[in-house]
Design a protein around this ligand. Structure first.
Ligand code: FES
Length: 148
């Protein structure tokens, strides 16, 4: 074997080691990025973390008897029947997903196609919505209403 042959073999072996190391490094980096991407997507789409429980939604005094209060942030409608009981529903209309916008004549009103929902039960009363507004579990603690 000549020195020239050893030298060529050494260069080829060195190139092969470099290529393997490069592929391994890429694989580790790609795996790390995939893990980071998964976390970012989970946080961004809102499905990753459960809704915080115990969040204060409103003061009881801010919910008129026989009326309600629509909260834009948590998209919740808090209602209060004449007897004083508090109910809570999703503010997302079950027809096509608009946010309900007002309480009129004792009914929760969706502005998009004018579905109206019962204040105490969330059941559709008129308009195209066929399903009730989903209930939201809340409790009154002292003078405030909390999501549970
Ligand atoms: S989206 Fe509410 S009535 Fe159509």
């Amino acid at each position: 074997m000549s020195d020239e042959g050893l030298s060529r073999r050494s260069v080829l072996r060195g190139a092969a080691v470099t290529a393997v190391a490069g592929v391994a490094g890429f694989a580790v980096a790609a795996t790390s990025e995939a893990a980071d991407d998964t976390g970012a997507a989970t946080a961004a789409n809102g499905y990753g973390a459960e809704e915080e429980t115990g969040q204060r939604l409103a003061a009881l005094a801010d919910i008129p008897a026989g009326g309600g209060l629509i909260l834009d942030g948590p998209r919740v409608v808090l209602t209060r029947v004449e007897s004083g009981g508090v109910a809570a529903f999703s503010a997302t209309c079950t027809h096509q997903g608009c946010t309900v916008s007002s309480i009129e004549d004792g009914l929760i009103v969706c502005p998009c196609h004018l579905s109206r929902f019962d204040l105490a039960t969330g059941a559709p009363v008129s308009g195209p919505a066929a399903s009730p507004l989903p209930p939201v579990a809340v409790e009154v603690r002292g003078e405030d209403v909390f999501i549970i």
